[in-house]
Design a protein around this ligand. Structure first.
Ligand code: NDP
Length: 327
């Protein structure tokens, strides 16, 4: 028997979240059974648990879009018992039971071998947020950005994706401009490598199709007006990687930044990202991140604390990454 967090839909359409004791026979089909050691609280998990976003596609659901642990049994030659693995996305925690449970049964094709540089705990400090930050940086570099081109903006810098993006860009030699609603975190963000820390009002709407060209690139977790103003402020041939919707789903943007400054807007999808790109991202994370610095962005909780933590995350009360000790 193992503990699991379960989201159920009630007859009146509301959802109910509880902790249950389950056994392996109740888990969905899959060729690898994993003993989950750590999971994490991502923005998407918080939307799923609070019911504030249509994340869960079938009920009942064990949330948790990522986890790291040890293979307990495997029907695929790709993995054997004792292997350390991690999982990000693939609809886990949305369509397929996820990481907020002591055991998870999944397709072996969704698992990534744990990089040797990391423990399962460290891999989850990075988690889907950090892996997505890496995908964003890779996209910017594919678009031709290099440190000499100029500063890169990171929005939502105190959050999960944002703080890892700041660390990665700084490590690669970029001048990082962190945008945050929590300017009291200025010193912490500077410690992660931000050269400049600006308030969210920096990207407030002005109604103009083009702003003063200030930055060579950006990593955006916010969407909405924030992303629109950011795109309008990018210098010639610059690029923005867009991965989130913390400020909204809309994009009130004109074509001016594209046709007058030739900027690129790169969409980032970590969920269905092909295995080769995931492997590359995790290898780069292992190369670039300092595990001691990871300790400065993490806080821990256990499964019974996750519901409250989900509220805290959506209210902007969690700095950096919140990991979940599952066993
Ligand atoms: P967090 O909650 O940890 O961070 C989000 C941060 O966004 C907040 O901490 C806050 O930072 C900032 N923020 C919140 N509301 C607003 C607002 N109205 N305007 C501007 N900034 C705001 O979440 P994650 O880092 O885990 O995820 C960030 C986003 O990225 C989410 O939308 C998530 O769904 C998305 N995401 C997408 C992925 C993909 O594959 N495309 C994968 C992972 C995440 P601050 O206080 O510093 O301003």
């Amino acid at each position: 028997m193992f503990d699991a967090m379960m989201i159920e839909r009630l007859n009146d359409g509301r959802q109910h979240v509880s902790l249950r004791q389950l056994e392996d026979s109740q888990l969905p089909q899959g060729d690898v059974l994993v003993g989950v050691e750590w999971s994490t609280l991502n923005y998407k998990d918080a939307l799923a648990i609070t019911g504030r976003g249509p994340i869960v596609k079938s009920f009942p659901m064990i949330p948790g879009i990522d986890f790291a642990g040890t293979v307990l049994s495997s029907d695929t030659p790709a993995f054997k018992p004792g292997d350390k693995v991690l999982l990000n996305g693939w609809g886990v925690g949305e369509r397929h039971w996820g990481g907020f449970a002591g055991h998870a049964r999944v397709s072996g094709e969704w698992l990534t071998p744990l990089p040797e540089a990391f423990t399962t705990r460290e891999a989850m400090i990075i988690g889907t947020a950090g892996y997505t930050a890496m995908l964003c940086v890779m996209a910017l570099e594919r678009a031709g950005l290099v440190p000499s081109r100029g500063p890169i903006v990171v929005t939502g810098a105190s959050g999960g994706v944002g703080c890892v993006a700041v660390m990665l860009l700084a490590r690669l030699g970029y001048e990082v401009v962190a945008i945050t609603g929590r300017t009291q975190e200025k010193e912490w963000l500077q410690g992660l490598g931000a050269r400049e820390v600006l308030g969210r009002e920096t990207l407030a709407p002005t109604g103009k199709p083009l702003e003063k060209a200030r930055w060579a690139g950006g990593i955006d977790v916010a969407g909405g007006q924030v992303l629109a103003t950011l795109c309008a402020s990018i210098t010639h041939r610059g690029a923005v990687a867009a991965c989130g919707l913390a400020a909204g789903m809309d994009l009130p943007l004109t074509v001016a930044p594209f046709i007058l400054r030739g900027i690129s807007l790169m969409g980032i999808d970590s969920v269905m990202c092909p295995p080769s790109e995931r492997t590359e991202a995790w290898a780069l994370l292992a190369e670039l991140l300092d595990v001691r610095q990871l300790e400065t962005v993490v806080s821990e909780c256990r499964l019974p604390d996750v519901v409250r933590a989900a509220d805290d995350l959506l209210a902007g009360r969690i700095r950096g990454r919140r990991i979940v000790r599952v066993t």
